[in-house]
Write a protein that binds this ligand. Structure first.
Ligand code: FA5
Length: 343
């Protein structure tokens, strides 16, 4: 068993030596530490088949090796970040003699930016951190850590754009990958929102775009309940729409929450009569949410026996449509100044 860990360490050091950028480093991390198929994880899983004494001895040894390798990943990550900044410093210059842009041509905020800013203010006033996550995301964080293995049908409903010749990288189809990233970085308790762009291989229509915005919300704490979740969701919608909002809660299935819900709001664009913004149903599916699945809490490095959580994935572009009475999501990226100048 010891030899196996030593061999892994040798292979790891050879691979680490070849790492030239952060993408390669993340691939290395997946290769050795992916929860389902990482080389280190697989050998560690085998420890359970040993006798008590052997498990104790090799378990301790394995943890030392694991910590050492993960420490090297963190060190290399800091080094690579430093190198990238140094290169940027060399390349970027500011021309202080460049004439200023005339004030009347500086433009104004896009409606999506206006609402994102308001959402951030609302959530920071409730003690949430605002985080960011990568748009080009690893398969590991986009799906695997969220309880969506490669054969899972949920991958189809989130059909996204894969990077050519490399199935490990996807344009993220949702902001949920930041759940596990945030737990890794900040531990518990935790309150965060993550606004950001998402991508799906969609046939577009009045309320579906291939590139759209979501805002992920995550609370990790003790003794959380569904009523906390509903209270925050209603506060969010009324804070942005500035009117009382009628909501309904339906069961919804997402592999990374248990139980899961779909929170719909009565359509503000048509008042519930039916229009293209609500697929003629009078209700807009706006905030899927639920209690964080124990597997996800575990993937985040926390003990699900101690910590619970809830998460939501607000369809923030649809919220902008509700706020301003926009009947078709495709206006946002049409580049039509007649649309943009209204805000
Ligand atoms: C998700 O993306 C889950 N990650 C949400 C979640 C987070 C559930 C945390 C539970 C806990 P869904 O595929 O339903 O779920 O998308 C979430 C919201 O994004 C939708 O309600 C919708 O408002 C918006 N959305 C999804 N696809 C599109 C699209 N193509 N165009 C515009 N908005 C979209």
């Amino acid at each position: 068993m010891k030899e196996q860990f030593e061999q892994i360490k040798k292979d790891f050091l050879i691979a680490l030596d070849e790492v030239k950028d952060t993408l390669m480093l993340e691939e290395l991390e997946q290769r050795f530490f992916s929860r389902r198929s990482g080389e280190m994880t697989t050998v560690m899983k085998n420890l359970k088949d040993l006798s008590n004494d052997a498990r104790k001895e090799f378990g301790q040894f394995a943890n030392v090796v694991k910590k050492e390798l993960q420490g090297m990943i963190s060190e290399r990550s800091e080094e690579l970040k430093g190198q990238a900044l140094a290169e940027l410093e060399k390349k970027e210059t500011i021309d202080v003699t460049q004439p200023a842009i005339p004030a009347e041509k500086i433009g104004h905020m896009h409606p999506m930016s206006i609402i994102n800013k308001e959402l951030e203010e609302l959530f920071t006033s409730m003690g949430f951190m605002v985080l960011d996550g990568p748009e080009l995301e690893s398969d590991y964080y986009a799906f695997e850590t969220l309880n969506i293995p490669s054969h899972h049908p949920a991958r189809e409903s989130m059909d996204t754009f894969y990077v050519k010749d490399n199935p490990h990288w996807v344009m993220r189809p949702h902001t949920s990958p930041v759940q596990v990233r945030a737990m890794h970085k900040y531990g518990a308790p935790l309150r965060t929102v993550v606004p950001g762009r998402c991508f799906r291989n969609e046939a577009t229509d009045g309320n579906h775009e291939h590139t759209f915005y979501q805002m992920e919300g995550l609370i990790i704490d003790k003794d959380l309940s569904i009523s906390n979740l509903i209270g925050i969701m209603k506060g969010l919608l009324e804070g942005i729409l500035k009117k009382e909002v009628e909501v309904r809660l339906r069961p919804g299935h997402f592999p990374f929450v248990e139980p899961g819900f779909e929170l719909d709001m009565k359509c503000f664009v048509c008042g519930g009569d039916g229009c293209s913004a609500c697929k003629h149903s009078g209700w807009v599916e706006i905030i899927p949410c639920g209690l964080v699945h124990p597997h996800v809490i575990k993937a985040g490095g926390l003990d699900p026996e101690v910590w619970g959580g809830f998460a939501f994935g607000l369809g923030s572009m649809r919220l902008v449509m509700q706020r301003y009475g926009i009947e078709d999501i495709r206006h946002f990226m049409s580049g039509d100044m007649r649309f943009l100048n209204q805000f």
